[in-house]
Write a protein of this length. Structure first.
Length: 132
């Protein structure tokens, strides 16, 4: 249940807001990897994962599909992760392209996302067992 996932100070009110939160926080998290602000990055992670959970609960995960062609590689990578269960072929292709690129941590993340997916070890934020 999405309401279980949200803290009082982060109630998402619409699909459009969830999409905005997703993009904004994926972008910010990528910046924190470069600056070493890991606590801030962890907060961004939590926010965009909550937006994924919200989109899932509102049958709107597919609204992330246009982000697979975003100019921002971080946004492409996280959108591909979120869309693996519904657009596996395209998501795998995007993640493989990122893995083969020269994007530092993001390339490594794409590689291990594919490994974990192939091993059946990915738990999405809307599934039981996901840890914030």
């Amino acid at each position: 249940n999405y309401s279980y996932l949200c803290k009082k100070n982060m109630k998402i009110k619409s699909v459009e807001e969830a999409l905005r939160i997703f993009e904004e926080n994926v972008r910010k998290q990528a910046e924190t990897l470069e600056t070493g602000e890991y606590r801030k990055g962890n907060r961004c992670f939590t926010k965009y994962m909550r937006s994924i959970a919200y989109l899932y609960e509102h049958q709107a995960l597919q609204r992330l599909t246009p982000l697979l062609s975003s100019e921002n590689v971080g946004i492409r990578c996280v959108a591909a992760y979120a869309l693996l269960p519904i657009t596996e072929k395209v998501s795998r292709q995007v993640l493989k392209e990122i893995e083969m690129g020269n994007y530092g941590f993001i390339s490594i993340n794409a590689k291990y996302t594919l490994i974990q997916w192939d091993e059946g070890k990915i738990i999405f934020p809307y599934q039981e067992g996901f840890h914030w």
